[in-house]
Write a protein that binds this ligand. Structure first.
Ligand code: HMG
Ligand code: MG
Length: 304
């Protein structure tokens, strides 16, 4: 798939929902995962195992994973179902429930690291290393995230050097892939090209990277294409453009999966995702949440 197409990592059930204040029934979350699976998506982040005080919306993470339907999905070796974990406690909980993949997350900036996970960048890296080591020993796969690749809501611009150091550390601890997070959603195509150029020159293998672009300034899809042109073949996105982080004030949703699939469909690049089915899921979850559909392609398709 790497040369002929792209892989989309659907983060709607986790990033998409985590910042929504009103209660969402666990069964609606299960149905969202189930509907997303039926569109052909091969990687769906299910939830997180974090402090319920930090992210109240995902406090039902264990309940979701214990659901019979989700337990069945976890048996499916064709689809990755990562769960976001910040520490050993999160890993243990995920493992108890049969999760086969976890995602560790760190920031490239000190301010966001402190606010989001209450520790420094280096402490976050060493926690992640501990988690990755234990997870790998137990036969799980580990994905890595680095946040604030372009700028931090607290510290301002992030240097390429810092991002490179954190990415290398995540790869070194055994992450099969590192997702580059523009958490604040402030980067544009030139920033993407500049950062990826720097990472390549500093020896980071581009085929181990993914792009995770928030859409605050409307640049997420353009950033996906810029990264594609630099050789990135994995993209995180969220159905209906849902998403945001409670610890990143002002940030908007993720790149909408419908928009990303539309982009690649038009270019003849395989995603494995059925856009019409996906648009139905996007319209459905937007209605369930009483929110406007954040995907332009999804809204256009629904209006046909
Ligand atoms: P802390 O306060 O330093 O740690 O938080 P603590 O060990 O003292 O724990 C605090 C409380 O959380 C305790 O509960 C623990 O039991 C509990 P209390 O005794 O006060 O009632 N706790 C847990 N509960 C469930 N699962 C756990 C767990 N660990 C501790 N695993 C901590 C440190 C990391 C726990 C906290 O800051 C936290 O949970 N942060 C997560 C924040 C978060 O989820 N942010 C959003 C995801 S990151 C993101 O969106 C960016 C991304 O999309 C990429 C991008 O866009 O850039 C990935
Ligand atoms: Mg995010």
């Amino acid at each position: 798939l790497r040369n002929s197409g792209v892989r989309i990592v659907e983060v709607g059930p986790r990033d998409g929902l985590q910042n929504i204040k009103s209660a969402i029934p666990t069964l609606t979350k299960v149905e969202l995962v189930s509907r997303l699976r039926n569109t052909g998506l091969k990687s769906i982040e299910l939830t997180s195992m974090v402090s319920p005080r930090a992210v109240p919306q995902l406090a039902d993470g264990r309940q979701l994973l214990a659901d019979r339907e989700i337990q069945g999905f976890l048996q499916d070796e064709e689809v990755r179902h990562p769960v976001l974990v910040p520490n050993m406690r999160g890993l243990e909980r995920a493992m108890e429930l049969g999760v086969g993949e976890v995602a560790v997350f760190v920031s490239a900036s000190e301010g966001f690291s402190r606010t989001n996970i209450n520790c420094s960048v280096n402490e976050g890296l060493s926690r992640s290393r501990q988690v990755a080591q234990k997870a790998l020993e137990a036969g799980l796969s580990v994905r890595g995230y680095v946040s604030c690749i372009f700028a931090c809501p607290f510290d301002g611009p992030t240097s390429h050097e810092t991002v490179a150091r954190v990415v290398k550390d995540l790869l070194d601890m055994g992450c099969y892939e590192v997702s580059l997070g523009d958490t604040l959603g402030v980067g544009s195509a030139v920033d993407v090209k500049s950062l990826l150029g720097h990472l390549q020159r500093s020896g980071v293998p581009i085929d181990r990277l993914a792009g995770h672009f928030h859409d605050t300034y409307g640049q997420a899809v353009s950033n996906v294409w810029a990264a594609y042109e630099c050789g990135v073949r994995v993209f995180d996105s969220s159905v209906a453009g849902l998403g945001g982080c409670p610890y990143c004030p002002g940030a908007k949703g993720n790149a909408a999966t419908e928009d990303v699939v539309f982009l690649f469909d038009r270019a003849g690049i395989e995603t494995g995702v059925d856009l019409d089915q996906l648009a139905i899921v996007g319209a459905w979850i937007s209605a369930e949440l009483s929110m406007a559909n954040g995907s332009r392609a999804g809204a256009a398709l629904a209006a046909r």
